[in-house]
Structure formats: C-alpha cells, structure tokens
Design a protein around this ligand. Structure first.
Ligand SMILES: [Zn+2]
Length: 291
C-alpha cells in the first residue's frame, strides 16, 4: 500500500493509515492476538518508520473499530491507481483493476493462505453512462471479524439505504418483522460481480436477491452484508442522487423502526467484543485524518 500510495497522483497516505488500523484491529481479535510488533516481526526498521509516519493506527487499534476490512482499502488504492472512474475505456479499466487485485492476492498467498486478508469477489455497479463504482467482498471470512465488519458497515460506513437493507436480516439471518429496508434498484442500474482469481462473472446469491432484488438463479445464501454487491452499491448510492431518491421513495412508505434495528446490531456487536479484554471500545469507528 505504501508503494502504491507513492504512485498515485493525489495524496493517498490516508488509505495506508486506514489499512494499518484495520489490519492491527484484525490482529487484535484473532485468537493469538497479534500485535503490530508481531506483524512487522523481523523488520523493526520498517516498524519504526511506519510508527513515525502513521502514529494513529498504533494508538487506536485497541479502542476503535475500523469502518471496513483491509482489502476494501486496497481496492480504493487500486481504483485510484487505474485513473479516473469516468475513463472512457471502462472495460479496460475494470480489467486493469482485476489484474492488479489478482496479482496482489497471489503475492499474499505466497506468505499465508488463510484468506484472512483478501477478498474473492469484485463487484462493479453503474447507472447507464455514469461512473463505475467498485466493491469487494468482505476479506474477513471468519467470525467474529466478519460479524464485526458487517456491523460497522451497517452502523457507520455504508450508505444508509444499503445499511437498512442489510439490517433487515442482520444479525439474526432472518427477516425482521419490524423492519424492512430492502429495495429494488431502478432498471438502469447495472450491478455485476466477478471472481477476482477465476476472472469469471458470478451470479448474485440469494441474499443479494433478498436485499436488492438482484435477479438470480442461485440458491446459495451468503451471510448478509458479506458480498461485494453491498459495498459497490453503497458507493454508487453515496454519489448518484437520482438513484438514491428513487430507492428512498421505494422504502419511505413502510413503517420502520430503524432505531430499534440499529440497537439490535449494536447490542450484538458489543456482545461479540466482550471476550476481547485487550480491546476497550470507545464507541467510535476509526477515521483516518485528511478525509
Ligand atoms: Zn450476495
């Protein structure tokens, strides 16, 4: 990330800062509880350099929850490296992004094949003729990391409509009786997912059909919020106002108790964090400076 950051046009050091915090946090909640010192073991010089350049992740990984998983930060960096989103040759752009991610994953795999740090799926969404919005699946397959990151997405990071759709099922995995934030996308929104390593298109899973009405023949239900579609659509809705308004209209007539749904997610999040005595949550989510 540090190397890539030096190649981007604008200042992207905040993404290095964010991924460091996210990785340190992941280390904290794995069973062995890796510290930053363990992670950079054998390269103390680089550790000192990073600590000096990015002190906040070192200070806050034991008290703040990351907004997103590490690979999501990697995706942002790769997208920035591949040039402006509006680039006309968007198909090439997508190919370039996929290739770069695949290259990074194969490097990661040489060191560790635990899937702890990389995503398997990339999703790209767009409204006809508009920018492309990317997303990756959660790079945290295991509980509790995945549950924590989905909760952070719902409560802090994702667009509020996407968060509402996910909370309709989360954390209980079944549809809530008192809250329905699922929605139908306007017909001109395209949302396609690809396997990063296999380079093939992936049909949406049953969960994505339940959340966003994406057409599918698939019967498999991935954990809600885990799919690349979630992040990609969240990025799209944060920027495309007309789509956002249409989606809001679609859910506005329902009687929904959003506060209760959020309380429900927060309650489970606090329960998950309880056994980690080395982590004392200050009730905030980590935001890198300069954003
Ligand atoms: Zn899905």
């Amino acid at each position: 990330m540090e190397d890539m950051s030096n190649l981007t046009d604008g200042d992207t050091s905040f993404l290095v800062d964010e991924i460091l915090h996210s990785i340190f946090f992941m280390g904290k909640i794995t069973y062995l509880s890796f510290s930053p010192e363990d992670i950079f073991h054998g390269d103390e010089k680089f550790l000192d350099y990073m600590r000096e350049m990015y002190p906040r992740p070192f200070d806050l990984y034991s008290s703040q929850i990351p907004n997103r998983s590490p690979f999501s930060c990697v995706l942002d960096m790769v997208v920035r490296l591949s040039g402006p989103q509006e680039k006309a040759s968007s198909q090439n752009n997508l190919q370039e992004i996929q290739n770069k991610l695949r290259e990074l994953i194969s490097k990661l795999k040489q060191r560790d094949n635990s899937k702890m740090l990389f995503s398997t799926t990339l999703c790209v969404s767009s409204v006809s003729g508009s920018s492309k919005y990317y997303g990756v699946s959660m790079s945290t397959h295991r509980k509790p990391a995945r549950q924590i990151m989905v909760a952070a997405g719902c409560l802090s990071y994702w667009d509020d409509c996407v968060a509402a759709a996910v909370m309709s099922y989360c954390p209980q995995k079944r549809r809530k009786s008192y809250f329905d934030g699922t929605f139908q996308l306007p017909a001109d929104v395209r949302c396609e997912a690809f396997s990063i390593e296999g380079q093939r298109m992936m049909v949406p899973c049953r969960s994505c059909n339940n959340l966003f009405n994406l057409e599918t023949t698939e019967t498999k239900t991935n954990p809600y919020g885990n799919c690349a579609e979630t992040e990609s659509l969240s990025n799209l809705l944060k920027k495309e106002e007309r789509v956002k308004q249409q989606v809001q209209r679609c859910v506005s007539e329902r009687v929904n108790d959003r506060e209760r749904a959020e309380r429900d997610v927060l309650k489970q999040l606090k329960q998950i964090l309880k056994p980690y005595s080395g982590f004392t949550w200050d009730n905030s989510y980590y935001r890198p400076l300069d954003v």
